[in-house]
Ligand binder design. Structure first.
Ligand SMILES: Cc1cc2nc3c(=O)[nH]c(=O)nc-3n(C[C@H](O)[C@H](O)[C@H](O)COP(=O)(O)O)c2cc1C
Length: 199
């Protein structure tokens, strides 16, 4: 009888999922938070989601930006000068349960948009893995990924992904379809493999 119990315990232990540190752990919980005005960053968030799963959350403001591009640029420049953090309408339930948080945003004024700063101030990302991604009009991410590192000092921030999106200034809004979408899918897969989120 004793021997049967011994073998039962031994077999149970051997079949539990064991991770490289020797501890047993449940799969990592993934959250993908993004800001998007003309849906390019949203499309990137959805591609990431198709590869890694988890929960997708769009950031919305209590007081949305104007529809007009120029007015929005002016407001953003002012907000950056005064370090204003626009209040978010979005609330994320049980934020503490997530292990990995993807944070996606377009380049605005060559910086991280103020609403994403609001999010990183409002939620405690300490101890989590943070993975940034970005779309822009062709001028790159600017200081956006550096800001992620500054605003998440107690997180493990992995290498980010950035791709050219729309050029709202010139009336070019959503571009993540057809060949461009396929290109984004391939680049994102390679990036996720490089940072070891995907096999
Ligand atoms: C207020 C504002 C400021 C922007 N500033 C920049 C910029 O400084 N550099 C850049 O490359 N693109 C800039 N863009 C363009 C966006 O980064 C680009 O169109 C992005 O793909 C939009 O993403 P979305 O479709 O998810 O909103 C700006 C767009 C807006 C609305």
């Amino acid at each position: 009888m004793k021997r049967t119990i011994f073998y039962y315990i031994l077999i149970s232990l051997c079949t539990l999922p064991v991770f490289t540190n020797g501890q047993t752990k449940s799969p990592k919980k993934i959250l993908i938070v993004y800001l998007s005005r003309t849906n390019n960053t949203r499309a990137i968030a959805e591609i990431i989601h198709s590869y890694v799963g988890g929960k997708l959350v769009a950031l919305e403001l209590q007081k949305p930006y104007p529809e007009n591009y120029r007015e929005t640029v002016q407001q953003v420049v002012k907000e950056n000068e005064t370090n204003f953090l626009p209040p978010l309408k979005t609330k994320i339930d049980s934020f503490e349960m997530y292990d990995v948080v993807f944070v996606g945003f377009p380049t605005w004024d060559m910086k991280m948009p103020p609403p994403m700063k609001s999010f990183l101030h409002e939620y405690n990302l300490g101890g989590k893995t943070v993975i940034p991604f970005n779309t822009n009009a062709g001028y790159g991410v600017g200081s956006g990924f550096d800001s992620v590192k500054q605003l998440c000092p107690r997180s493990k921030v992995l290498e980010g992904f950035s791709i050219k999106g729309g050029i709202e200034r010139d009336g070019v809004l959503f571009v993540m379809n057809g060949q461009k979408e396929k290109q984004a899918q391939n680049e994102i897969k390679t990036w996720l493999q490089t940072i070891k989120i995907l096999k």
